[in-house]
Design a binder for this molecule. Sequence first.
Ligand SMILES: *Cc1c(COP(=O)(O)O)cnc(C)c1O
Length: 468
Amino acid sequence: MPLHTGPEKPDERPRSVNPFYGEANPVGGMTEAPPQHRLPDGPLPPATAYQLVHDELMLDGNSRLNLATFVTTWMEPQADVLMAECRDKNMIDKDEYPRTAELERRCVAMLADLWNAPDPSAAVGCSTTGSSEACMLAGMALKRRWAKRNANRYPGARPNLVMGVNVQVCWEKFCTFWEVEARQVPMEGDRFHLDPQAAAELCDENTIGVVGILGSTFDGSYEPIAELCAALDELQERTELDIPVHVDGASGAMVAPFLDEDLLWDFRLPRVASINTSGHKYGLVYPGVGWALWRSAAELPEELVFRVNYLGGDMPTFALNFSRPGAQVVAQYYTFLRLGREGFRAVQQATRDVAMGLADRVERLGDFRLLTRGDQLPVFAFTTATDVTAYDVFDVSRRMRERGWLVPAYAFPANREDLSVLRVVCRNGFSSDLAELFVEDLGRLLPELRRQPHPLTHDTDAATGFHH
Ligand SMILES: *Cc1c(COP(=O)(O)O)cnc(C)c1O
């Protein structure tokens, strides 16, 4: 959330309101809209209050045309009904809502099986508000394990976490909030994510773990998790340093199990200690749910788990929040039940087909160079070809917005700050029809863009809205 400050414009002059919206007398009892930056003096009738809020929200974007976000923007009506039925259920209140708690437990078990935990009944896990919270929890477990390993050995030592520079911002948050040094492997040439060897070289006795990302937010590519584990195996042979790996599968942990079954990235690799995913990305649930799983209880230090009895019962929990809605967890269980492996495979394959088809079409327009092709995450990044000098990716982003498309443009991090790209995130609900319209709109724009004297848009993230 933005950290909000006070009102941008204090309520000065009274604002008028549609006379229809008043309730009491013939044409409204209310002629002035209520203040927006302080609590109104009195109540409004519910219909009026509803209409005012509803009207203001009409100006929000159309989520189906938003190619920036990874987060689910469409679910079936049955999921809506279930979620509505559960909106009063507090996830933490496991004694009051034992069935909701049971559905959460089953989701964890299903994910442990899906991610090939050697002993799914030994795996431990929990739901969270999203991958960010899941990553905080996983990072805390790594840090605590390191502290226990190193107790008294290196007094005053500062822990570090090794990752690619392309990590999602939640890992920078983790390092800042929990005072861990972030050691980042830069990009190099056409390598836009972590290099296993370079990661191993950054490790030392104070490394709490290495984060591998299954599905980089920058370009949709999978990081080579198996090669990363192999490089760390080799490091261990040489130095006896035994560094665990956490896989940030915010997107990919719900794609690879269905579409890339032979890819080794999960608990089949003994070095993978924990995995997270966002239920609300390719887990196909509306915003508000993520998952964190550990291979076994040995990977999750016991002192981090809390038991509270003041709601009745004594269920162990590991979470940053206390109260949290149960609806998203129920919706996740619904989605698992509804689709099964075959259903998930069909949905994710359809999305990948759209992404790869669209990437292909964009390439054939001639003005662009693809960095990725949508064949890992259904996400691809592209930039302007070297001979394109009249416009840049920021111009494309700005002009596509005029047609309602939200396509973020952003610069890459070290050492490829010179490279700026556009990124398209395909999700369930972004159909091949919509993809067709997208390419047509882009193609129609090019003659105008080519006539520009030079790139015209100021290149800030804020101007084009990069969303991880
Ligand atoms: C989206 C994302 C996150 C953060 O997940 P939220 O569910 O939005 O909190 C973390 N890591 C990666 C790789 C992501 O794509």
